[in-house]
Design a protein around this ligand. Structure first.
Ligand SMILES: [Mn+2]
Length: 222
């Protein structure tokens, strides 16, 4: 397996479209992750201060749909291409995309000084309600409850939603808790979780105006 990770040096200037506010708000945080194994080949370009723009291709249309709305609701920019061994099944593709995307966030956030670090969101989608809580704690842990009992949602093997968030938690070294509270449509149950997760992560990645560049931990390391 080869994993190449590039990230912009913390403090490097970002694009001018991000405005002329506080100096700390003009720094764009981004990362490129290339992750190749015998099972999947993944390329990711992520910008945290994005415009909700995406180019997603995993070979699983419903998974693309989830990553597209994740990008838009998170206000990130995301180019993500994965060529996985879908002839085996979808497991490697979904799990490895989760890991690589988590790694991209971890790298883009650097030493995590000056971020809120934790975030949560409660997201309705019509008759469905989902909650998400994220802590970019440096420790991987996850809890996922989609309340989906069918094997497939669209063309996605529904159980793999759990593997995606487990992978993300490992890659980002984060605590990720997502849960559908109630709902009827399986499509809505998964979609509400991805939207809630995107918005919780967007908060966690946001800059903390009050604490400034302070590390959001008393431990001294995240
Ligand atoms: Mn949808």
């Amino acid at each position: 397996m080869t994993v190449k990770i590039k990230s912009r040096k913390p403090g490097a200037p970002g694009p001018s479209h991000l405005g002329t506010g506080e100096r700390t708000n003009t720094k764009e945080r981004s990362a490129t992750v290339i992750r190749n194994t015998n099972e999947t080949r993944i390329e990711i370009e992520l910008t945290i201060e994005g415009q909700g723009q995406y180019k997603i291709s995993t070979g699983i249309r419903f998974f693309d749909h989830m990553l597209e709305l994740f990008t838009r609701h998170g206000a990130f920019d995301l180019d993500l291409a994965c060529k996985g061994d879908l002839d085996v099944d979808q497991h490697h593709t979904v799990e490895d995309v989760g890991i690589a995307l988590g790694e991209a966030f971890d790298r883009a956030l650097g030493d995590k000084r000056g971020i809120l670090r934790a975030g949560y969101f409660v997201m309705p989608m019509d008759e469905t309600l989902a909650i998400a809580a994220v802590d970019l704690s440096g420790r991987a842990a996850f809890a996922v409850d989609t309340k989906v009992r069918t094997r497939l949602v669209g063309d996605l093997q529904a159980e793999l939603v759990t593997d995606f968030f487990e992978g993300f938690a490992r890659g980002a070294r984060a605590n990720v808790h997502v849960k559908t509270m109630y709902g009827r449509s399986n499509h809505h149950k998964i979609e509400a979780i991805f939207k809630a997760f995107a918005r919780a992560l967007r908060v966690a990645c946001s800059r903390d105006k009050q604490l400034g560049k302070m590390l959001p931990s008393t431990k001294g390391l995240l």
